[in-house]
Design a protein around this ligand. Structure first.
Ligand code: MG
Ligand code: MG
Length: 276
């Protein structure tokens, strides 16, 4: 069922999305364990591919955006964005070095439903400044998640993300999104306050919340590879993302191992899983 282009899922479909979300969670955890100086982003891609295949799922990102003639699609299972790369970095020969910051975005498709999540990892020791950037982006993600409630509006999430983003540069060109039978659906979930009416948050809605923050200016450009988005001033970027839903009981984070229970508890937000 759709209302104003927003796909509304049944409880059974949300539970199916949870299964897809857990595949993404496992893939990102495995990638995190493989991150160290000297590893290539292509090797990390293979780690995620293996987890997704073992779960009987398919990668949402591979071939995403392909033209009708089959060319131009994304060639990775993960997006691997290092340092000044903000999002959509293509995994390949790049070797991680001590002090790098890498964001890894991953999507999986299982039994017709998608999950989408991103984490930012430090490679060895990073500077305190870079560590704080990633920590703030993570807090902004959870502030947005914590602002989601039935009867509220998608704009509540956006305002909470902005308020938690401090003085960092907020990337406005890329936003969170509805998700379900397709990876990217309405509505947009902005990472900053928006004017005008945004959809009401209702049961059966699933949203990907994904703030991207940079140390410097948010001005950015897409490289000639047609995918990699970089900060024009070369400053380091961080990106965190979860797929969430809101039930009568509270919030359920479909791409978190514990469904978000621990973080939501810290934030004083009811945890609302559906019976599985
Ligand atoms: Mg993503
Ligand atoms: Mg996303």
């Amino acid at each position: 069922m759709r209302s104003r282009g927003v796909e509304i899922k049944t409880p059974e479909q949300i539970i199916a999305m949870r299964r897809a979300g857990l595949v993404v969670e496992q893939a990102l955890t495995a990638v995190g364990e493989a991150i160290r100086p000297g590893v290539t982003t292509g090797e990390l891609d293979a780690v995620a591919a293996e987890v997704i295949a073992s779960a009987g799922a398919t990668p949402s990102f591979l071939d995403y955006g392909a033209r009708p003639d089959g060319t131009g699609g994304f060639t990775g299972v993960i997006c691997a964005s290092v340092n000044e790369e903000i999002v959509h970095g293509i995994p390949g020969e790049r070797r991680l070095a001590e002090g790098d910051l890498i964001s890894v975005d991953c999507g999986a498709h299982l039994n017709g439903w998608h999950g989408d999540s991103a984490r930012t990892f430090a490679v060895g020791e990073v500077s305190a400044e870079v560590q704080e950037l990633s920590a703030t982006t993570h807090r902004a993600l959870w502030a947005g998640i914590a602002a989601a409630r039935l009867g509220g509006r998608v704009a509540d999430i956006s305002a909470a993300v902005e308020d938690a983003s401090g003085d960092y540069g907020i990337i406005e060109d890329f936003v969170g999104h509805g998700i379900g039978s397709a990876m990217h659906q309405p509505p947009d979930v902005h990472n900053y306050r928006v004017r005008g009416r945004t959809p009401k948050i209702v049961e059966g809605m699933a949203l990907a919340v994904e703030p991207m923050l940079v140390l410097g200016s948010p001005d950015n450009a897409t490289l000639e590879d047609e995918w990699t988005v970089v900060a024009l001033d070369g400053s380091v970027a961080a990106h965190w993302e979860h797929t969430i839903t809101v039930t009568e009981r509270g919030v359920w984070v479909l791409t978190a191992a514990d469904g978000g229970e621990a973080m939501l508890g810290e934030l004083g937000v009811p945890f609302g899983p559906l019976a599985d």
